[in-house]
Ligand binder design. Structure first.
Ligand code: HEM
Length: 527
């Protein structure tokens, strides 16, 4: 007896069965007990992500609480929206400090930003912190260079003001990016390559100012498989090529340093690294005659570093100093140290144009402390409470890295009683923390005064988390704070900024890993 099989019916049953199995296994996956949402099978909430993911995640935090999980693509994402939980995860624990390896251009297993939190990272971070400090980060020795760079920025704007003292509309961001990159280039390369080389200027422009593929590029962070699809593979390729261009340029600098290197007289960050290479036998020159200072970076513990675990017993110290690592480290410091600070300065200008009363009040403080021609010194910082409050309020309302740099769980672990699986990506929603109405009443209102106490003194709040917390927090925060203060004072001491009449600037910006203002025009008038 023959049984006739209806192919249509069989296909339908197979499709239904497969769909059921996908749904079943998708929802059967351990939800880790975390509240949250899984979205649809295979894609998770990928299609819900828009251009302001941090705001969507903030809405979900209102539903699911300050610690919840989402699936994006096939990735488990854990979203933290409170400073207390962030502190618990990143400062008190050591198992949530790895990084995902999916960031185009920066994920080559070297450098500092995207490497995992191993002994290699610890050695490089300690070296980086110490060396940046040696070259002035957080110290007065860097002050003259910062002041000079701010002056040059003001001179460029002054030229636009001409005899009338009033500029036409211009975009300030390119000038700001050039100035801020000068600072980091001086520390790392010992000279301002950006000023000297047209090729480097183009590189800065492509890297920071022009940003064509931003949003789509950032999707690959969550769904790395996208880079194999035709359209995304182009974006990926472009970013790899840009990374190569930067590396090539850095290699030229390193070569020049090697030719004139004197291990006992380091001129800049690169020289210090080359000296470490010489000490550890990783360089062509073998480090004969290298003085072993009794007080090297290895022995200096700052209060921040006390939390850093000692290296494990099977780690061979000094093995993280080799040429390819130097290239990637310089690239990371340059990328991290330019875009963020320059973006913050642009937001400050934008907000002070939008709120001329605040601008006026800040200028009054500047005039009272140093007049219209005095020098903005870091030692006078305490006398600029309102200016500091303005900077803190702008970076509260528009945090530069709204979802922080992603962390990753290095093993199965527990956070606030919830199981977090190995490999889960952990995002800190700095935006949500900065817009939490329980911590910041009327969070969307721009109000610098909220950062002053009843005596008018500046208050640094633990609810302000611009630089992250713990052992992966920003390496350059002291430098960034110095740059922001000196640049802001210099610009507003010399000029009154306003929007060209009739323009309605956008105050939301675009959020592509970093939250930047859209390009805007300003008028400057000499004060
Ligand atoms: C306003 C300016 C800046 C902001 C808002 C900012 C913000 C951040 C944030 C949120 C992180 C990630 C923290 C975490 O993963 O928990 C970070 C990491 C980092 N930042 Fe900054 N940053 C700024 C300026 C700088 C500067 C000037 C430098 C360079 C000297 C720098 C170098 C780095 C490096 C190297 C890391 C990676 C640290 C690690 O993974 O161990 N940043 N920054």
């Amino acid at each position: 007896m023959y049984v006739t099989v209806n192919p249509f019916l069989t296909a339908t049953i197979l499709i239904l069965l497969t769909s059921f199995l996908i749904w079943y296994f998708w929802y059967k996956q351990p939800p880790n007990g975390l509240p949250g949402t899984k979205g649809i099978p295979l894609f998770g909430v990928l299609f819900s992500l828009g251009s302001f993911t941090e705001r969507l995640f903030q809405k979900w935090a209102k539903i699911y609480g300050p610690l919840y999980g989402v699936k994006v693509g096939t990735m488990d994402i854990v979203v933290i929206s409170s400073p207390e939980i962030a502190y618990e995860a990143f400062a008190k624990n050591d198992c949530f400090n790895d990084r995902p390896q999916t960031v185009p251009m920066l994920s080559d297993g070297k450098g500092i930003i995207m490497i995992n939190s191993t002994d290699f990272h610890r050695e490089q971070r300690r070296f980086g912190l110490y060396t940046l400090r040696e070259f002035g980060m957080g110290r007065r020795s860097l002050e003259p260079r910062l002041i000079e760079i701010s002056r040059e920025l003001c001179t460029k704007i002054d030229d636009l003001c001409g005899d009338s003292g009033l500029s036409g509309p211009f975009q300030i961001h390119t000038k700001v990016y050039e100035a801020i990159s000068s600072v980091i280039l001086s520390i790392v390369f010992g000279h301002d390559v950006g000023k000297e080389s047209k090729e480097f200027q183009d590189l800065i422009y492509t890297l920071f100012v022009q940003n064509d593929d931003g949003f789509l590029g950032s999707l690959m962070l969550f769904a790395p498989f996208l880079r194999h699809l035709p359209f995304f593979s182009n974006i990926w390729k472009k970013s790899q090529e840009l990374g190569q261009r930067i590396n090539d340029r850095i290699n030229v600098e390193i070569k020049a340093h090697q030719e004139s290197h004197d291990p006992n007289n380091p001129r800049d960050f690169i020289d210090c690294f080359l000296t470490e290479m010489a000490r550890t036998g990783q360089a062509d020159f073998k480090g004969e005659g290298v003085v072993h200072s009794s007080k090297t970076w290895r022995h200096v513990l700052t209060s921040e570093e006390v939390e850093v675990e000692e290296c494990s017993s099977d780690w061979k110290p000094n093995t993280s100093f080799f040429l390819d690592q130097l290239v990637s480290l310089v690239r990371d410091i340059f990328v991290a140290g330019t875009d963020t600070t320059a973006t913050a300065v642009c937001w400050i200008v934008l907000y002070l144009c939008k709120y001329p009363d605040v601008q006026k009040k800040m200028q009054q403080e500047i005039d009272d402390v140093i007049g219209q021609s005095g020098v903005p010194k870091i030692s006078l910082m305490d006398r600029f409470p309102y200016t500091r409050a303005v900077i803190q309020e702008v970076t509260r309302i528009r945090p530069i890295v709204p979802l922080n740099v992603p962390h990753r769980a290095s093993r199965d672990a527990t956070l606030m009683g919830y199981h977090i699986p190995k490999g889960a990506i952990i995002l800190t929603n700095i935006w949500a923390i900065h817009h939490d109405e329980n911590r910041w009443p009327e969070p969307e209102v721009f109000r610098p005064k909220r950062h002053l106490d009843e005596n008018g003194k500046f208050v640094k709040s633990s609810n302000w988390m611009l630089f992250g917390v713990g052992t992966r927090s920003c390496l350059g925060q002291q430098l960034a704070n110095m740059e922001l203060l000196i640049t802001t004072i210099s610009l507003f001491q010399r000029f009154q900024f306003s929007f060209p009449p009739g323009t309605i600037p956008d105050m939301n910006g675009e959020s592509i890993v970093s939250l930047r203002p859209l390009h805007f025009d300003v008028n400057a008038s000499r004060r």
